[in-house]
Design a protein around this ligand. Sequence first.
Ligand code: MG
Length: 305
Amino acid sequence: VAAYTGRVKLQVIARPDLGQRLGLVTDAGIRDLTATTGARDVGELLASGRQLTTDDAGKLIDPDSAELRAPITRPGKIICVGLNYHDHCREQGIQPPAYPMLFAKFGNAIASPGQPVVRPRATEKLDLECELAVVIGRRVSRIGPEEVPAAIFGYTILNDITMRDLQHEDRQWLRAKGSDGFAPIGPVVVTADELGDVGDLRLRSSVNGETWQDSTTAEMIFDVPTLVAFASRSITLEPGDIIATGTPAGVGHFHDPPRYLHHGDLLRCEIAGIGVLENRVLDELPRADDHAAAAGVAELMELAR
Ligand code: MG
C-alpha cells in the first residue's frame, strides 16, 4: 500500500442521504474517506492516529445537494492569539506585546462555511477577523520551536468574530469572542507540506465585496513555531486542536469612522493556498437599543438582588 505523501486537502461535507462525510479533495472531485476510515471529520481522523494511504480514497461523492461543514466539528481546544500582527498594532497605535497574548474560544463557537453568523441582540459592534489557523496533528507538551513542524497537521482559515462593545466593557474576551458560532472555519484543512512555507501568505477579508483586510503573514509578530511552542509550555496540545494565529490590520473597528457588520452582510475570508471562507450575517431579532440590557445583564443583576 503506497502511503500518501501527506500532501492533501481535506473537506467535510454533508448530504441528506449520506450524513456527514470526511472527503479528500482531488481534481476529479471529493472522495469519501468516511467509508474507508470511519472518521467523519478531520478531528476524528487525527484522534484515530490513522495515517492515510491511497487505499483510503473511497468513491467520488456526487456533490449535488452536498453542503460544506466545518472541517473540525468538535475541537478539544481553540487557542487564539491577540495582537499578533505589526500592522494591526500600528492601526491601534500600540506597541507590539512582549510575548503572545493567548485567549480561548470553545467548541460552541465552531461554525461551518456558509452557515449564518448570528449577530446577537447583545451587540451593535460586530466585527470580523481573518486568521490563519493551525491544526495540531499529535500530542505535544513543552516543545521547542524546532519541534513544532512535526506537531502540525495542517492549516485552515478561522474568522474570529468579535463584539467590540462587549470586548471593551468586559475587559476580557470570553463573551465578546466566545459566543455561539463566532468561529467559522474552513473551507478545507490543507496539510502543512501541501501548503508549504506559511511565512508570507496573503490574507484578505471583504464585506459585501469591499476589501477590509489585505495583508500577509509576514506581518506576524510571533511566527507559527514560536506561537505553538509558547502555547505548549502551559497547555498540552492534542490532535485536532486549533490555534488561531491573530489578525492583520483592516478590521472594521479601526476604520475611520469605525464600521461594523449588519444583517445580510457577506463576510469573505481568503488565504492563499487554503481557499475562501464565506458566511452571511443574520440578525437575532428583535433588536434592542441597549446592548447591555439585551445581553441580560441588568435583568439578571436585578434578580440577584
Ligand atoms: Mg483574533
